[in-house]
Every structure is written in C-alpha cells, then in structure tokens.
Design a protein around this ligand. Structure first.
Ligand SMILES: NC(=O)C1=CN([C@@H]2O[C@H](COP(=O)(O)OP(=O)(O)OC[C@H]3O[C@@H](n4cnc5c(N)ncnc54)[C@H](O)[C@@H]3O)[C@@H](O)[C@H]2O)[C@@H](O)CC1
Ligand SMILES: [K+]
Length: 464
C-alpha cells in the first residue's frame, strides 16, 4: 500500500537520481493500454479524459499505444494551454491523434464505448474544484465502461469516479478497495531501487510547513540534555535543530558550561541543571528530547537520565554518551519512542553486535527502536523498513558532524515527522550540506559551513 505522499517521494527521488519521469510515464501508458487490450474488443471507441498533471500524461501515453487497435480521442478538461507539468506537455506533443478541449464532453461521452479516467492522480489536493466535479458526475452517469488511471479520480474527496477497472502503478494506493475502484490491476512501471530504498529530496515531503495561524512551539520544541562535559557538541546539535526550523531549542547543561553555551547563540535557550536534580516537569513538556551530545558518562548521570526517560512519553533521541551509558538498559527502554544514532563503534557497544545492515534491522525490530547506523552510507531502519543514505564526502569524519545530524533529526522529529522519515530526511540533508560545503571549500570546510548550508538545502528541496 502506498500513500499519495509515498508516491510523491518516489517521483522526486527518481528525478533526483535518474532524470525526468518520461520513461515511467511511458511504461504507465503501456500498462493501461495492455489492460484495455485484455479486457475490451478491438475497434471500440475510447475517450481518454485528462486533467492537467502527470496522471493526464499517463492517459495520453495510453492513447498513443491504443491507437492501432481502437478508435481513440483525447479530451482535455482545461485545454492544452493548462497542462501543468513538463511531462504531461511532452506526452501531449508526442500524441498525433484527435484532441478535444474544454466544452464538448457530453457528445464525446455519448460516442464512446470506454472512458479512460486520467483526470486526477496522487497529486489531488483537497475537495474537487470545478470543472472536475461536474465532469466526474457526467462520466459516472454516462453508463460507459470506465477505466481509471492510477486511482479513481476524486478518491478521498466527496465526488469520485466509479470505475469498472483501476490500473494502478507499483502498488495499491491508500484508500483503494474493490468497492470504490472496481477490479484493481497493479502494473509494475519499473521504478528502480534507488528511488524506493534510498533517501533523497523526496523524503522531505513528510515535513509539513508551519500553519499560517500556528503559535510559538507548534513547530517543534526540543530539549537537549548534554554539553555537561563538552559544550561544543550541545551547541552544534542545537544549531542543527534550529536550522531545520525548530521553534524552540532548550539545552539543559551544567553551571560550568551554562555561560559558554548561552553566549554562543541567543537563539539557544539554556537552562542550568545539576545532573542529579533536573527539572523533569519542564523537560517533559518538549515534543522531543535529545540525550547525549557532549554529556559525558557517570553513574550519577545514569540514574537521573533513566528516571527522565521512564517518566516521559514523547520522542527520545539517544546519541553519543547516552548510547554508551544506556547500553545495559536496553530492555527498560522497550516500549518507549526511541531513536538511536550510533556510528559503527557506538553500535557495537550499544547493541553488542557487529554494525551491519542486517543486525540493525534485527535489533531495531527486537527492541522497537529506530536506528541510524552512521557511515559513508547511513542505514536507517525501524526493523520493518530500511532506507540507505549515500552521498556526502570524507571530510565528514571531522568532529561535530554526528552532533549536527542528531540535532537535525531531533528537530525534524520534534516538528512532527515520523521517526523513520525524519531520519532518512535528516541524513540526506546532513550529507547534502556537506556536499555544498565541499563545493565551496573542498576538504577544508567546517561544521559551521555545514550549519550555514542546511537552510539552503531545506529551501532547495522542500516543496509545498
Ligand atoms: N511514481 C509513479 O508511480 C509515477 C506516477 N505517475 C502519475 O503521476 C500522477 C501524479 O501526478 P501529479 O503529481 O502531476 O498530479 P495529478 O496528475 O494527480 O494532478 C495534479 C493536478 O491536478 C490539479 N488538482 C489537484 N487537486 C485538485 C482538486 N482538488 N480539484 C481540482 N484540481 C486539482 C492541480 O492543478 C494539479 O496540478 C500519478 O497518479 C500517476 O498517474 C506517472 O506519470 C509517472 C510515475
Ligand atoms: K485517475
């Protein structure tokens, strides 16, 4: 089952790695045409009813492949000039048959034996606007055989096409069943592994932009427990979280490092704690808690961290020293919402197994954690789904890049992204920031350069 957002992710990641979607659109068109060949008499008259996006493009490509054996016409609900995507325009340019625009739908429906519904696909957004709703009602009333492309148009809204057959691509889409979609034919359009199992810009589709009337704190609140031994790590994690748009970041640190962290950046709120007496009520109000950056290890810390975790129901991210400290407490963390971000040695110490993809999957499934095993390729897994993040460069071995990643991921989780998605998007953004920094400073860029690059990466790839 694929959601509309999953499909958008795949499209964007496919384009990022493989170029435009025309090959997939061509395969989609072929898939639709072969289902029609299998189900209907040659010579029948087919009307392809198209919207303005790539769903329309799929329908137009199907029209091309159907022309040999059927009488085919294409109807464009908003006309040629309203085609919204390059791929749909390219499909239209390649079609050399009859095209009708805007007004003539009743007559065309009367003359057709089969209607192909390529009005709206997974790009559908909100309740249907005109003329879509009226045209869909006319199609349903026509009494003709209806074949929907990818999804019945209007699925999930108040008005939808009621097809005899739906030809859907890759996998069934969320909300489809045989009572609303007719017979469902799944067609493999050849989406490669790199668009499904690797992260990319598409992983940011799961991040919502701030609502217009949202208030301070609605877009992420993060508590960072750390900087007790190394102030810099807590600062870098804070900057990672702030640079992906987290509303509030509070660092809970010791008296000794309070002033240093406070003076670094006025956007970081700093609270002074003693490790054995933390203001648990205040800390628990945050949507997520990142524990570990620059924290240090001691048995005094261990007790207070365990009591914080056991009394908190929100999202917890464990990095660095927290992983070392809690390796013998994994069973007591089960049932909590835990993300762990170890590098190879930390993985070995925390899970007591070799740092491999297979072990990350097995152990994440066993404990119910989401794991980011960091490396030249990061492995992100919740034990059910696994995503790999490649890219970046070897300058990322410098100190601080892990703190930065933990901050980015924690920020995204605190903003409401689900763990696996926050981790795949976060690892992509972190590596991309390193690539941009490398382009300007070669092997001599710093973590500060990456911090500066993160908002640029977010702006470049965040599509809403
Ligand atoms: N990865 C894949 O599986 C592929 C998917 N493709 C097709 O691409 C489709 C998605 O294409 P797009 O993202 O271009 O989107 P759609 O083709 O679903 O249409 C989006 C357009 O419809 C309009 N629209 C959206 N919501 C509306 C509403 N409520 N009322 C009126 N108009 C509305 C908007 O103007 C928008 O431009 C898929 O369903 C599939 O058919 C293929 O072309 C290629 C590969
Ligand atoms: K459709």
């Amino acid at each position: 089952m694929i959601s509309f957002l999953d499909q958008k992710r795949m499209d964007l990641n496919y384009q990022y790695r493989n170029g435009d979607l025309f090959v997939l659109m061509t395969n989609a068109g072929k898939g639709v045409s072969s289902v029609i060949w299998d189900n209907f008499k040659p010579g029948s008259s087919i009307l392809i009813v198209c919207g303005t996006g790539n769903n329309a493009g799929d329908g137009i490509m199907a029209a091309k492949f159907l022309q040999d054996k059927f009488r085919v016409s294409v109807y464009l609900i908003k006309g040629k000039s309203s085609m919204k995507t390059d791929m749909a325009r390219k499909a239209l340019r390649s079609f050399k048959g009859k095209i009708y625009e805007i007004d003539e739908i009743e007559k065309l429906l009367e003359d057709a034996d089969i209607v192909v519904d390529s009005l709206l696909g997974t790009g559908t957004n909100g309740e249907l606007r005109e003329p879509y709703a009226s045209v869909i009602k006319k199609i349903n009333k026509s009494g003709k055989k209806i074949v929907s492309v990818d999804i019945p148009s209007g699925l999930g809204t108040g008005t939808m096409v009621h097809p005899d057959i739906t030809v859907t691509f890759t996998d069934i889409k969320e909300g489809m069943n045989s009572s609303n979609s007719g017979k469902i034919e799944i067609v493999d359009i050849g989406i490669p592994d790199n668009a499904i199992n690797y992260s990319g810009p598409g992983d940011l589709v799961y991040l919502n932009p701030p609502e217009k009337d949202s208030h301070k704190g609605d877009n992420g609140t993060l508590a960072i427990i750390g900087g007790w031994s190394f102030h810099g790590s807590a600062v870098i994690s804070s900057m990672g979280a702030l640079s992906v748009g987290t509303d509030l970041v509070r660092v809970y640190t010791t008296r000794q490092n309070y002033n240093i962290i406070s003076s670094y950046n006025p956007e970081i709120i700093v609270r002074e704690v003693t490790p054995d007496s933390m203001p648990l009520d205040e800390i628990r109000k945050h949507k997520a808690i990142l524990i570990g950056p620059g924290m240090g290890i001691s048995s005094i810390y261990e007790k207070s961290i365990l009591s914080l975790i056991s009394s908190y129901d929100g999202e917890i991210i464990l990095d660095a020293d927290a992983l070392k400290m809690l390796s013998s407490h994994k069973n007591s963390l089960m049932g909590k919402k835990i993300t762990v971000t170890p590098h190879r040695q930390e993985f070995l110490r925390f899970y007591d197994e070799d740092p491999t993809k297979g072990n990350a999957e097995i152990l994440s499934r066993h404990y119910g954690f989401t794991t980011v095993l960091k490396g030249s390729t990061d492995t992100i897994t919740d034990g059910v789904n696994t995503i790999l993040t490649d890219g970046g460069n070897s300058r990322m071995t410098m100190g601080g890049t892990g703190d930065l990643l933990a901050g980015i991921i924690s920020g995204l989780i605190s903003k409401g992204m689900i763990r696996l998605r926050a981790c795949s998007a976060g690892t992509f953004v972190n590596k991309k920031a390193a690539e941009i920094s490398f382009n300007s400073k070669s092997y001599f860029f710093s973590v500060n350069d990456m911090i500066e690059a993160i908002p640029k990466v977010m702006k470049l790839y965040f599509e809403k």
